[in-house]
Design a protein around this ligand. Structure first.
Ligand code: PMP
Length: 398
């Protein structure tokens, strides 16, 4: 009966992690998966989260179903973080926000909503992008195409080609954008480039869908949301999916949000209703523990401030690792520029290693990266950065 079911080859990044776990090399380094590890190579539990969890645990309380849209404080937390605490668009009731099962859940609910209400729309993702973007939108029966983005030759962005491509798209086509810390390349648009992109989006009446999974890891909480807030200032309709997996280090709790900015409050109410109905048909309501943590941390001034400081400490540690890796490589591989390491933002770096070099890093040194050369810089620490730099220098020599 089930013989005709295709085998699933597994997710390439998660599969790599299985191989890493089995590797007996004592020096092995995991630079594959997009997870932040601290200076000791451990996944941190943020202090603000510990405090919130103590409040949740004492007294132990019943666990009712949450509303389909999640906790109001979770939704408000998403809104204020993305749009700014005093944003007019929030005061005017123009934003429909639901709490979601991570950033992935936000993308899925958004994609299902788009497929139902904009059935002609195609979705365009950056070339390259996080692989699951394509899978999620295709899974919602939306045709997915790619727009020019990363320039292998320069390590920058094919900006003119990208703009020219956007100019060929049809009204209501969806453009999936990374407001900061592009995954997988680490290469972001400048504010001037964002202005131009949004201008074309406005002219061609395209729908921007901004997926922000690393807010706070680029420059700061506000400037990482530049593109989102600029789109709002321009009065554009806008989808935003956000994830708290990385910036609250709450990967397994599955916390995120989906916000849709609408032209009028009436439209926002309609959209909100349909988003909750979409949730009802998929999983009914989100899990409560992570939602309660988000609610507490985002809405308690002291905890919020502590949280921002903790995110910036993670950001700064990653930046220090980029600098260190760059300086060792510059000394070991003269004549080659490693400026890209410090120009990129966030957890990831496209290193430009060939698939063969990535394979050698794994086989000869036990250093695991994604075959497209993406390195998770947050896996580096003072104990392994020299080892990784030396290995990179070694494979780059030949
Ligand atoms: N978008 C991007 C760009 C991501 O990198 C990720 C996580 N890897 C997600 C969305 C999904 O986030 P979550 O793990 O919260 O589902």
């Amino acid at each position: 009966m089930f013989e005709r079911i295709d085998y699933y080859a597994g997710d390439p990044i998660l599969g790599l992690m299985g191989k890493f776990a089995q590797d007996s090399n004592p020096d092995k380094v995991n630079l594959g998966v997009g997870v932040y590890y601290d200076e000791d190579g451990k996944m941190p539990v943020l202090e603000c989260v510990k405090t919130a969890e103590k409040r949740i645990a004492d007294p132990v309380s019943p666990r009712p179903y949450l509303p389909m849209a999640g906790l109001p404080g979770h939704r408000k937390g998403c809104q204020e973080l993305l749009f700014g605490k005093e944003a007019q668009v929030l005061k005017d009731g123009l934003v429909a926000t639901i709490a979601t099962i991570g950033g992935s859940g936000a993308l899925k609910v958004g994609a299902d909503f788009i497929h139902q209400w904009f059935p002609q729309s195609k979705c365009y993702v950056s070339d390259p992008t996080w692989g699951n973007h394509i899978a999620i939108f295709e899974g919602s029966n939306i045709e997915v195409g790619k727009y020019p983005y990363y320039d292998q030759a320069t390590g920058g962005i094919k900006f003119d080609e990208m703009i020219a491509f956007f100019e060929t798209l049809n009204k209501n086509d969806v453009i999936l954008l990374h407001p900061c810390c592009h995954n997988p390349t680490g290469v972001d648009l400048t504010q001037e480039q964002w202005d131009k992109v949004l201008e074309v989006i406005q002219q061609r009446e395209l729908i921007p869908f901004m997926d922000i999974a690393y807010q706070g890891f680029g420059n700061d909480m506000d400037s990482d949301a530049y593109a989102i807030r600029k789109a709002v200032d321009m009065g554009l309709p806008l989808f935003v999916s956000n994830s708290f997996s990385k910036n609250l280090s709450l990967y397994g709790e599955r916390v995120g949000g989906l916000s849709v900015v609408c032209p009028t409050a009436d439209e926002a109410e309609r959209v909100f209703g349909q988003l909750t109905y979409t949730v009802r048909r998929i999983y009914s309501s989100p899990p409560s523990h992570g939602g309660r943590v988000v609610d507490i941390v985002m809405n308690d001034d002291a905890l919020h401030e502590q949280w921002v400081g903790e995110v910036y400490a993670m950001r700064d540690r990653i930046k220090a690792m980029r600098l260190k890796l760059k300086s060792v490589l510059e000394a070991k591989v003269p004549g080659r520029s490693f400026d890209y390491l410090t120009a990129q933002n966030g957890m990831f770096s496209f290193t430009g290693l060939t698939p063969e070099q990535v394979e050698r890093m794994k086989d000869e040194f036990g250093i695991y990266m994604v075959s497209n050369s993406r390195m998770c810089v947050a896996g580096l620490n003072v104990n392994n950065v020299d080892y990784v730099a030396n290995a990179m220098a070694e494979v780059l020599k030949d």
